[in-house]
Design a protein around this ligand. Structure first.
Ligand code: Z5A
Length: 227
């Protein structure tokens, strides 16, 4: 999917100093749940309300971070070790935060991001077995205390997500994992939704698209009300 990179190159924004004037919304879930489809719906929803925003994704979102994405998703001649994978994900995230996310939020531009750090807890944590303490350590280096304002978790049984994703394109390196890997990932998302219930909202992604978008509409209206 083509992502447009509209960001201020080289603008360093100190996380503790800047005033956040845009909202940060992230979309999460296992593969095939409809994040890519629905991020476009949210973008149109915001455009209809004249809310300036950028649509981006992780891993990725800047040219360098997209290069790291290619390393992570492509097939490699050697096995990528779990900790290497975690470092690559956070290297990509740090670049993305500094080059696109923070400058946008400081400039009254909302950021809509397809996956963020919850994915690291789900995939590298629950999926690969890296401890939360290790991930929290990198999270605090890259983000300090910064968190999304709203995280929408699309939930769907693993077999349905895989069926939808496989109907669309050939499996990438993550998509070649077995069902138990994705069961752990899904379970972790649901756990995090409970633990961070103020920030995380679950969508039943098994419903037809129009029902999914009706759920999204309700979540977004409520979110706007609270701002
Ligand atoms: N990763 C990680 O390990 N650690 C991290 O910290 C981060 C990421 C940030 C890339 O993610 C990989 O990076 C990801 C985890 C890892 N790997 N996996 N798996 P990605 O987001 O780019 O790739 P993905 O999760 O595989 O996304 P996807 O396959 O593109 O799925 P999606 O965007 O959620 O779904 P979609 O493309 O919108 O929809 C899939 C199909 O279903 C499509 O044909 C739609 O038309 C259809 N669809 C959508 N909604 C519906 C409904 N409601 N009903 C019926 N059909 C539907």
């Amino acid at each position: 999917m083509p992502y447009k990179f509209r960001y201020t190159l080289g603008t360093h924004v100190d996380m503790n100093q800047y005033t956040r004037t845009g909202m940060f919304i992230t979309l999460e879930g296992i593969e095939g749940v409809g994040k890519t489809t629905n991020i476009q719906y949210i973008s149109e929803w915001l455009t209809a309300r004249d809310i300036k925003h950028v649509v981006t994704r992780e891993p990725g979102g800047t040219p360098l971070s997209e290069d790291i994405r290619s390393l992570l998703l492509g097939s490699q001649t050697e096995e990528i070790m779990p900790m290497t994978e975690l470092f690559l994900v956070f290297a990509s995230r740090n670049q993305h935060l500094e080059q696109l996310i923070k400058p946008s939020l400081a400039n009254a531009t909302w950021v809509l991001c397809d996956r963020f750090t919850d994915a690291s807890y789900a995939y590298q944590g629950a999926g690969r077995g890296i401890s939360n303490t290790t991930i929290e350590c990198l999270e605090s280096i890259a983000q300090q205390k910064m968190q999304p304002d709203l995280t929408i978790i699309f939930d769907l049984p693993v077999v349905d997500g895989i069926r939808r994703a496989r109907g669309r394109s050939a499996p990438d390196r993550f998509e070649q994992e077995d069902l138990s890997f994705f069961d752990r990932v899904r379970e972790n998302y649901l756990l995090r939704a409970k633990r961070f219930s103020k920030r995380c909202k679950i969508i039943d992604a098994s419903k037809p698209l129009k029902d999914v978008q009706a759920q999204l509409n309700r979540i977004l209206l409520k979110f706007m009300d609270q701002e």
